[in-house]
Design a protein around this ligand. Structure first.
Ligand SMILES: *Cc1c(COP(=O)(O)O)cnc(C)c1O
Length: 401
């Protein structure tokens, strides 16, 4: 994992060794997120992508308030998916008009928060439209709305599909013209369209195809209904490498094609806030989950290393968060980075369930009690996506370093 250096056999984050971070945390397990890696990822993305493409951070990937505050000045918008995430976004330095709120089943209270704060509400149903119209009238505030479209195409080779076919997300493309007519005749301020097709994609061709389809759909819907458009959120879905054989996504061809789509679209509709919303791509590689070995034992020829954290802190690394076949996240012994005499090892957590595996048949240096087991690619969908009360072990600490 070349995003981090090591010193004297010990992994470092932003110049600090894992053992000094353990002292700072006061404990293991901990999550640490490296500011310099987040910053570099964002600067590289900006350098490669068309200058006019805006970048949003999808808070769902990692909602830690300090991290959101750190990212806010580096991006052009924040995308939230709950009232509490909205609160975190509003507390950051981001321009309130650059926050958008998506997600099915937004409660009236959450819609009210969004209306009162000037957030753009990405409408996901006709019920939601009616609620926003009546709340907006009640408060005497013009609400900003966009329409989340469930497209009539799919994102191929995506880790998680969230568009195409029948979905709980968005409004089916064929019903969008009717919704737009209703918005036009209402008291709402129409911002534009949101088209999100899926997540964790490492295939540039399928991402390019999805972008082509997205711009075609946005063009068709805007022409059909003769609506002007201020914002177009083209989704994201850029993946990061987790498993053996996966490589970092090559952005060049995606960027070139996007440049043309943006030119074409702005020629037809005028200047527009065209944004990509990214979660894991911006923060996933910047984070590690660090645990300590509490016991080591052998059972009928298999070497078990037992750590003080597990599935309850890091559901995704245990393979129980949307993986069909369990695969290992990248793992290392963080205080033995230059040790290359390797043994096949099972790394397991302390929970009384056989699902609590952090690394299955993994080649690791010889382990000792007290060594630090590190799980990489843990900056997104780690801490906040885990059932931390299950079995009631101590909670992990989160640090931005
Ligand atoms: C989850 C989600 C994202 C972020 O997905 P990543 O894979 O983390 O980039 C972006 N937009 C929407 C609408 C989402 O639901």
């Amino acid at each position: 994992m070349d995003q981090f250096d090591s010193n004297d056999g010990e992994l470092m984050l932003n110049g600090m060794t894992l053992s000094s971070l353990k002292l700072r945390a006061g404990q293991t397990p901990y999550y640490a997120y490296d500011r310099s890696v987040i910053n570099k990822t964002i600067q590289q993305f900006r350098a490669q992508m068309p200058a006019r493409l805006k970048l949003h951070y999808a808070i769902k990937a990692n909602p830690m308030p300090a991290l959101v505050d750190f990212i806010a000045p580096l991006v052009d918008g924040l995308d939230v998916a709950s009232g509490n995430e909205l609160n975190v976004a509003l507390n950051s330095s981001i321009d309130t008009r650059m926050i958008s709120f998506a997600g099915p089943g937004k409660r009236p209270k959450e819609l009210a928060m969004a209306i009162a704060s000037g957030t753009t509400i990405n409408l996901e149903s006709f019920t939601e439209l009616n609620r926003v119209i009546s709340l907006s009238e009640k408060f005497g505030i013009t609400a900003n709305v966009a329409v989340r479209v469930n497209p009539d195409f799919e994102l191929k080779s995506s880790g998680m599909k969230m568009g195409g076919g029948s979905q709980q997300f968005g409004i089916d493309a064929e019903n969008v013209p009717l919704l737009l007519e209703k918005i036009k005749s209402s008291n709402l301020d129409y911002q534009g369209l949101h088209i999100f097709t899926g997540s964790q994609n490492l295939n540039p061709e399928s991402i390019q195809q999805a972008h082509k389809n997205t711009f075609e759909l946005a063009t068709r819907l805007s022409e059909q209904t003769q609506t002007s458009i201020k914002k177009l959120n083209i989704g994201g879905g850029l993946g990061i490498p987790y498993f053996p054989g996966e490589k970092r996504l090559e952005l060049n061809s995606i960027a070139e094609a996007l440049e043309q789509h943006i030119n074409q679209f702005e020629k037809q509709f005028g200047s527009c806030h065209i944004a990509m919303e990214l979660g894991r791509f911006l923060v996933g590689e910047a984070g590690v989950y660090v645990t300590e070995i509490t016991d080591i034992k052998e059972s009928r020829g298999t070497l078990f290393v037992i750590i003080d954290g597990g599935l309850h802190h890091h559901l995704s690394a245990s393979g129980n968060f949307g993986q069909v076949i369990r695969k290992n996240y990248p793992v290392a012994v963080g205080n033995k980075m230059s040790d290359d005499n390797l043994f096949t090892t099972q790394v397991v957590g302390p929970l009384c369930t056989p699902l609590d595996i952090l690394a299955n048949k993994y080649s690791l240096p010889e382990c000792d009690i007290g060594d630090l087991i590190v799980i990489y690619q843990s900056g997104a969908y780690g801490y906040s996506a885990s059932p931390r009360d299950f079995l009631n072990h101590p909670q992990p600490i989160e640090m931005l370093v």
